[in-house]
Design a protein around this ligand. Sequence first.
Ligand SMILES: [Zn+2]
Ligand SMILES: [Zn+2]
Length: 383
Amino acid sequence: MTTSENPKPKIIWLNTLLFTITFLITVIAVPWYGIVHGYSFGLWLALVATIGFAGISITAGYHRLWAHRAYDAHRSLRILFALGGALAVQNSALHWSSDHREHHKHVDDNDKDPYSAKRGFWYSHIGWMLREYQASRYSDYNNVKDLQQDPVVMWQHRNYLLLTLLTTIGWPVALGLLIGDVWGAVLLVGVARLVINHHTTFFINSLAHIWGKQTYTDRNTARDNGVLAFLTFGEGYHNYHHIFSADYRNGIRWWHFDPTKWLIRVCSWFGLTRNLRRTNGYQVEKARLEMQFKRAKARVATANETAVQKLHDEFDELMQRLRAYYQARKQLLDGKAKAFAEHMHVPTREEMQVKVDELRAAFEEHKRAFRQMLRQQLTQHVS
Ligand SMILES: [Zn+2]
Ligand SMILES: [Zn+2]
């Protein structure tokens, strides 16, 4: 435990030097080399591809596959993620997942969440890795026993240093030799690439807990943010992720920028991923409406009892409609109608579809009216 009276924990020099030196090289030597020598188009392409490979290995592999078990992946894909994760230099998948599960379990708890956002931007972004804040936990892998059964995870964990050196140094050097610019490749694809991968991932722990909307819950600091999603391969929908963390998606609408979700989905068409877990639409809609209701209630003056009561009544009715719609939808999907067809008259599939459509339309209409009412409450309150 660290309190202000206690001396600060010991500095972790390896991390501190790694972050400092790579950052300084990126802001000084990388532009200098670009001005003096220039970087070829091939190197820029390699930079983008390497950022993508390392980044998505963290989001699809370390995060959604291993830390959350949101889907299952073929061994070949897991090996790729293990290599890309080593290239991202964020410790082994086992260690990363252990930290991350603590983060979800104790989110915002300054003593137990390894990168608690309540300790500020710097701490949650990078500070937590610079000192031995949770030294007692470093080799405690009790919360990732399931991952210890995965031979790919354990292989990467045992050979982490070797794999990291091979991927982070070996790859840029080999590329440099191939295109005849070793220094250019090491600076751009080696060092600058690492710094970009590092800080974009770190944003998920820092900015995604500070900047954005609390669409589904305000029980923790996590935020939904489309800009961050763009920088983090879809991980910016962090409010959704913290409430429905078993879901393989973070951005759930088709237009949400979530390339990690798209990759997992596309891989499923080729049998590379299986058992993609999704949260029931009812739970998602319910959480969202409850949050809107909660906000509206806070805005309406408590003295205005009739307004609060009306809000409650409308919300209850909306919830009933939501339940009715999803129940009918589930029946339709389960094909229950078929199972009972021989014993009694049950609606046909077409009749069920009509019912589902009707209930959905009724729900959507009621939702619109509810939102309208929330807006009116707000303008009344403001004026
Ligand atoms: Zn988080
Ligand atoms: Zn997570």
